[in-house]
Design a protein around this ligand. Structure first.
Ligand code: URA
Ligand code: CA
Length: 435
C-alpha cells in the first residue's frame, strides 16, 4: 500500500477500505508516515467527508493504536457518559451516584484537563481526603461492591488520536464531523465502555455553535457507536448560558450536593434526569426512558442518590460529612456581588465569557501544570429570562484576591440586560435514541 494512492483516492471522493485506514493509523502512530502526508489526507477528508463504514473503521483503528481498558471483571453493562464540554457543567458529579443508586455499575475514568474550571476529578477532590489514585484491582472491586468508583486516567489510550488531533489543530482540520466524531468515540471505547450516552452542547459556549452542526455530530457519533457494537444515545443541550448556577470546583460540588438532595437548579436537574434515563435504559436496567426517569426522580427525592454519593466519597477517603456541612469544602476569602447597572430582563449570559471570568479567578488550568484554586468561582443569581432591578446582585464572585475589577469588567461584558421580555432558552433541543 502507498500513502500517495490513499491520499489521491480520498481527494477524488472515493471510499477508503478498512485496510487502508488501518495502514494510515498504524503507520502514523509508529512515525512511519510523515506529518505532511497525513495532513493532506486530513484536508481531503475535510472536503470529501467519510462514509459511515469509513468513520467506524477510523474509530476502531484509533482505539487499537494504544491500550484498551478491560472492564469485563465488573458485572453488568458499563455505560459511560461524555459531554462535548460546557461552562459550569456539573452533570457528572450528579449522574454518577444517581445512576449507580438504581443499580447500574458506574466505572468512571476521568481527567483533570484544561478549561475554565477543573475536570470532574478536581471537583471531586474539593472534598477533603477524596482521592482517585487507586489501583485497577481496587477500582474493579469498588464498582462491584458499591456500584461506583472514580479513577484517574491511566495508560496510553488512543495515541493515534493524540497525534492526529495535534496535527488537525495546526492544519485547519479540527472542524470536521467525521474527524471529531471518531476522535471522541475512540477515546470512550478505549476507556472500556460497553454503551455510551453523549451530551452534545450547542450555542455560544459550545464547540458546535449551531444546532444543525450539533445534530450532525450527535448522529455521527450514535452511528459509530451502533456500528462498533456500543449502543449509543445522545442529547443535544443548550450552552448559550452556563448550566446551573455555579461555575467553579468546590462551588459546583456544593451545587451537585443540592441537586442530589432534590434541590438543584431546574436546568441542571432536568439534564441529569434526561441523560441518566438514557444511561439506565442502555444498561438494560429499565426497558423505557419513562420508567428509568421515574426511578431516578424517586431516588433524588428519597435520599438514595445522596446516600450513594456518600458511599462513593467514603470508599475513596473523602469525608461524607460534607453533604451536611458544606463549610468543610474549600472556602474563598472574599464574596463580592456584581450589581445590575440597570433594571430589565437578562437577555444574554455569554457562557464562554463567564467561563473566562472564572478562569481569571484561578478556577481553571491554562497549562497542564497550572495549579488551580478549588475555592474560587461564580454563583449566578439570574439566568436568561429573569427580571432584575438596578442595584440587585446578578451574581456573586468567590475570590481569594480582593482586587477583582478586571473580572467584574469581563462579567459586565458577558451579561446583557434589555428592556423587554426574553424567553428562557430551550434546554434540550433533541434526543437521539435509536438503538
Ligand atoms: N474533542 C475531541 O476529543 N476530539 C475532537 O476532534 C474535537 C473535540
Ligand atoms: Ca453548574
Amino acid at each position: 500500500m502507498r500513502m500517495y494512492d490513499i491520499i489521491e483516492k480520498k481527494r477524488d471522493g472515493l471510499q477508503l477500505s478498512e485496510a487502508e485506514i488501518r495502514y494510515v493509523i498504524e503507520g502514523y502512530t509508529k512515525d512511519e508516515i510523515p506529518d505532511y502526508q497525513v495532513s493532506a489526507l486530513l484536508m481531503a477528508i475535510y472536503f470529501q467527508d467519510m462514509t459511515e463504514d469509513e468513520r467506524a473503521a477510523l474509530t476502531m483503528a484509533m482505539v487499537d493504536s494504544g491500550d484498551v481498558i478491560n472492564l469485563s471483571a465488573i458485572d453488568g453493562i458499563k455505560v459511560d457518559k461524555h459531554s462535548t464540554g460546557g461552562v459550569g457543567d456539573t452533570t457528572t458529579l450528579i449522574l454518577a451516584p444517581l445512576v449507580a443508586s438504581v443499580g447500574v455499575p458506574v466505572a468512571k475514568m476521568s481527567g483533570r484537563g484544561l478549561g475554565h474550571t477543573g475536570g470532574t476529578i478536581d471537583k471531586l477532590e474539593s472534598v477533603p481526603g477524596f482521592h482517585v489514585e487507586i489501583s485497577n484491582d481496587e477500582f474493579v472491586s469498588l464498582v462491584n461492591q458499591n456500584k461506583i468508583a472514580v479513577i484517574g486516567q491511566s495508560g496510553n489510550l488512543t495515541p493515534a488520536d493524540k497525534k492526529i488531533y495535534g496535527l488537525r489543530d495546526v492544519t485547519a482540520t479540527v472542524d470536521s464531523i467525521p474527524l471529531i466524531a471518531s476522535s471522541i468515540m475512540s477515546k470512550k471505547i478505549a476507556s472500556g465502555a460497553n454503551a455510551i450516552v453523549l451530551d452534545v452542547k450547542t450555542g455560544a459556549g459550545a464547540f458546535m455553535k449551531n444546532l444543525e452542526d450539533a445534530r450532525n455530530l450527535a448522529q455521527a457519533m450514535v452511528n459509530i457507536g451502533n456500528r462498533t457494537g456500543r449502543k449509543t444515545m445522545a442529547v443535544i443541550s443548550d450552552m448559550t448560558q452556563p448550566l446551573g448556577n455555579a461555575i467553579g470546583n468546590a462551588l459546583e460540588m456544593e451545587e451537585a450536593i443540592h441537586t442530589l438532595k432534590g434541590n438543584g437548579p431546574n436546568d441542571l436537574t432536568e439534564l441529569c434526569l434526561t441523560l441518566g434515563s438514557q444511561m439506565v435504559v442502555l444498561s438494560e436496567r429499565c426497558d423505557s426512558i419513562e420508567e428509568a426517569r421515574s426511578l431516578l426522580t424517586k431516588n433524588l427525592q428519597n435520599g438514595k442518590a445522596l446516600e450513594q454519593f456518600k458511599t462513593m466519597l467514603q470508599a475513596q477517603g473523602g469525608n461524607p460529612a460534607v453533604v451536611d456541612h458544606m463549610e468543610l469544602l474549600p472556602q474563598a476569602s472574599y464574596q463580592i456581588d456584581l450589581p445590575a447597572k440597570q433594571s430589565g430582563t437578562v437577555a444574554q449570559l455569554i457562557a464562554n465569557d463567564i467561563g473566562t471570568a472564572a478562569a481569571m479567578l484561578g478556577a481553571g488550568r491554562t497549562t497542564k501544570d497550572s495549579v488551580i484554586d478549588l475555592a474560587v468561582g461564580i454563583i449566578l443569581h439570574k439566568k436568561i429570562g429573569d427580571h432584575v432591578e438596578a442595584g440587585e446582585p446578578l451574581l456573586t464572585i468567590y475570590s481569594n484576591n480582593q482586587q477583582v475589577d478586571a473580572v467584574k469588567n469581563k462579567l459586565y461584558e458577558a451579561i446583557h440586560i434589555e428592556d423587554k421580555q426574553v424567553a428562557t432558552p430551550t434546554l434540550i433541543y433533541d434526543t437521539i435514541i435509536n438503538k
